[in-house]
Design a protein around this ligand. Sequence first.
Ligand code: ADP
Length: 437
Amino acid sequence: MRRSLLLRLAWRQSLIRLLVLYAFAVALGLLLHQLAWVLLLATAGVAARAYWRLYRVSRFLDWRQQLQTVHGQGLWAALETLIFRRQTENRARSRRLVGLLRAYRQAATAMPDGALILNRRDNHLIWFNKSARRLLGLNYPQSLGQSFTDIVHAPAVKEWLAAGVTDDSLMDVASPVDENQRLSLRLIAYSGRQWLLVVRDVTQLMRLEQVRRDFVANVSHELRTPLTVVHGYLDMMEPADNPEWAPMVEEMRRQSQRMTQLVEDLLTLSRLEAQDHLPEESIGMASLLVTLRREAEAISQGRHEISVLDDAACDLFGSAKELHSAFSNLVSNAVRYTPNQGRVEVRFERTDNGGTRLSVKDSGYGIPAQHLPRITERFYRVSTSRSRESGGTGLGLSIVKHVLSLHQARLEIESEVGRGSTFACVFGPERTRPRNH
Ligand code: ADP
């Protein structure tokens, strides 16, 4: 609004000034009897002034030339005022932006975690901070333009970057500077063309994790011998000799059996955690499914309707022992958490992408939705009493999850309270093998 008023006033002033000038020129021309010459002179003067102001304005339009003061009134002065204002605003804005950029860079540099900006297309380094230099042994500016996979050579990193996994950190990557230094990498997709990669030193965390694992494994191992001794003595006690002790002996046997099962499950978990991969082979699924049916029938003792469907017409490639134990766990859970006369269905089928899926569906108690995210944690139970009653240790699903992750497979759980649950192990196409008849 202010600007249009300024222009309107300037326009009026310029017009009045021009009219006054020409009126004066006409009067002078008439007085001197040289009207044409005086008018020509006046026009030349107006044109010369206009060119001079035009030259001034074009100089100011050059960014490096800051307009200092605005002279006079009229259209040219208004134009200069507008340019002056625009220039001042632009300078203030760019100063603010440069300040902001500097603050961001300083914050990113001061971060204890390594931060790198990578080109999404070829993983080339565009920028990195001081911590990234220290953690990955980078040099500035030589490392710029290098591919991240040439800096950290682990094949897992290459696969992880190619897959563009943004929802999970890649844990326990050896630093290229020091083998013993362990790093975690996290990708953040903040623009269509670039990744932000955050590198964190997790050496201490990994060490503590190892201490925890060793402790659990050692305690479980140490408990094995005394438990075997107690078990042995309990087996030697004949309830018939002391009938009044019979219920106590029975309870002691049950509890020592539970402890043995707990120790065995803890040792299985420790063993799985310590392994990167398992010995693998082609697994005859037809016979494994028969075994699973037999196991389900043994636990059910005729109290459930059990069906096994083999729709995949292919086999699996992996660790026969561990996968058998994982599937057995799911089948045993399905039977244990389904009331009498319920149904349990084991189905082995192909998925759309050429992989396979082994699902165990029951018509049992179901699991409330709020428990599902934590159900695979160790010792997590929906109902502790029901788990104990049915002889559970609370470790079964943790073991299943570990076994599946060693096979790059995932566990999918669907459940509805009162209607039943489906636990499905989903394998990628690389785990499919033709069936040998
Ligand atoms: P547990 O040895 O207690 O069965 P798991 O790790 O196998 O331990 O299972 C954890 C918990 O998940 C169980 O305590 C139970 O509450 C729940 N659960 C597992 N499978 C089923 C199922 N098929 N139906 C209902 N609840 C289940």
